[in-house]
Design a binder for this molecule. Structure first.
Ligand code: HEC
Length: 447
């Protein structure tokens, strides 16, 4: 095993109008127990059509459709009946649907987590008769606010197909010249994996013409086949992102009025993380779609955020055997990145590697209050994503960002290699899979 994970963080937010419909799943559960209090309270059994389908449709089908990224579909009554037992186990353990943010931190766009009532409904249905019910007696659909890319102005991507050569994880960077002839703003992003069976994550980095673009050409030329191997970042100094993609994403618009400036002559460096564990090494040609605008009200930046001491002085020790190694960092970003101006934050992500256990990110305000941005209690390396705030937040000079990571470096939490669990070892900041990171990211504009 080699390689590391690049920050699979952001491209945050977008603000769709959320229909204020009733939570049909919750109402369904209440119905079934006769506790809804509604005059026409339903007293029959929990059925697929009335209670289960609305939950599966809204919370699972982004991935559990035929040809989706999940191993089986949940789009029909037959499938729901067949997999009901597994579904129960996966939702009760909160393994599914994948959604790492804890509930009491903040409200996010496209929250696909289940309420306790919805979990109870799925469990009761699996344990009960798994009645299908009447196809004409369908429960009210749950409101959907999964982010989407609403307009495609340009599509570009890998020039030719690539078949992963590193197994099971291949991180590959592909160079794509930005062909616009006038400065434009990216106001929405989506990656379209050529082969969803092997593409795990995509990040589009931006290298602007004031940087040394030749260094990427050299990296590309030095390796056979399209692109070059790139762990963690791009192999060069480019850090800015245009967007990222993780399984289940339909892309996203940026919040209204903001966009990422892409100068003429820029280079897009598309980092694709391939995992060949399930499907084997299959060819892929991933494409990117963007929404472009000539002007925006405010220029947005996707900002990786971490303690420079950890990165440059390897000052993030995680001792072998320590079951709760912790590092945290507090810093006021306004002086550093916004020239002393207040900043508006639209979304956030957190990133650790395999030993990560939990992490959090918040604003500590000068007046002593604090604002939780993102908290993850049960870290899962494979499901890191970005969380767009339903309400953006202002950070003023004097406020501070607090980030905190916890790792379990005990024997019980070590990776398995070829059937053998490795002994714990001292770990520090680094880009490899065996190294660790503690990174927050956020999307911001000047207020
Ligand atoms: C963002 C994509 C996504 C969503 C949304 C999602 N799943 Fe999954 N699901 C997966 C993938 C991918 C797997 C394969 C295992 C893995 O990678 O974790 C999986 C595996 C499963 C499994 C098998 C678990 C096991 O132990 O192997 C069950 C059951 C399941 N999902 C149920 C659900 C249910 C029920 C929902 C909705 C409430 C849901 N999933 C939502 C992607 C998703």
């Amino acid at each position: 095993m080699r390689s590391s994970l690049a920050p699979i963080l952001l491209i945050a937010a977008c603000s769709f109008d959320v229909p204020s419909a009733v939570d049909a799943g919750a109402a369904g559960a209440a119905d079934a127990s006769g506790a809804s209090g509604a005059p026409d309270a339903y007293t029959g059994p929990i059925t697929y059509y009335r209670h289960v389908k609305p939950i599966l449709d809204a919370k699972c089908l982004q991935c559990h459709i035929d040809s989706g990224i999940a191993p089986f579909g949940l789009g029909s009554a037959d499938e729901a009946v067949q997999f009901a037992g597994m579904v129960k186990d996966a939702v009760v353990s909160r393994e599914m649907p994948p959604w790492l943010a804890v509930k009491d931190c903040d409200d996010y766009i496209g929250d696909r987590s289940l309420s306790d009532e919805q979990i109870a409904t799925l469990a009761a249905w699996a344990d009960g008769g798994r009645a299908v019910g009447d196809p004409t007696d369908v429960g009210t659909p749950l409101p959907h606010d999964q982010p989407r890319l609403t307009r495609v102005d340009r599509e570009f991507g890998m020039p030719i197909a690539y078949t992963p050569t590193q197994e099971p994880d291949d991180y590959r960077c592909f160079l794509i010249p930005w062909e616009e002839t006038e400065a434009r703003y990216v106001t929405g992003f989506r990656a379209v994996p050529g082969n969803p069976q092997v593409v795990h994550h995509v990040i589009a980095f931006l290298a602007t013409p004031d940087q040394d673009l030749a260094e990427y050409e050299a990296l590309d030329a030095a390796e056979e086949g399209p692109g070059y191997t790139c762990f963690g970042g791009t192999g060069g100094s480019a850090r800015q992102w245009i967007g990222s993609w993780a399984p289940g994403s339909m892309g996203t618009d940026m919040p209204p009025g903001i966009g990422i400036e892409v100068p003429v002559g820029s280079l897009v460096i598309l980092q694709v993380h391939y995992n060949t564990l399930v499907a084997g090494a299959m060819p892929d040609r991933t494409m990117v779609q963007v929404k472009l605008d000539d002007t925006v009200d405010k220029v947005a930046t996707v900002q990786p955020w971490t303690n420079p001491q950890w990165v440059f002085n390897a000052d993030m020790p995680i001792a072998a055997g320590d079951a709760d190694a912790t590092h945290s960092w507090d810093f006021d970003p306004t002086g550093f990145i916004s020239g002393g101006h207040p900043m508006r934050l639209y979304g956030a992500g957190l990133h650790m590697h395999q030993l990560g256990q939990r992490a959090s990110f918040r604003i500590d305000r000068a007046d002593g209050t604090s604002d939780c941005l993102l908290a993850i209690d049960d870290w899962d390396f494979h499901w890191q994503g970005s969380y767009g705030f339903r309400e953006s937040k202002v950070l003023a000079p004097g406020d501070s960002l607090h980030m905190e990571c916890h790792w379990d470096n005990s024997q019980a939490n070590q990776p398995w290699v070829d059937g053998v669990q490795l002994p714990p070892r001292d770990v520090n900041w680094g880009e490899g899979t065996g190294d660790e990171m503690c990174l927050a990211g956020f999307i911001w504009t000047r207020e």
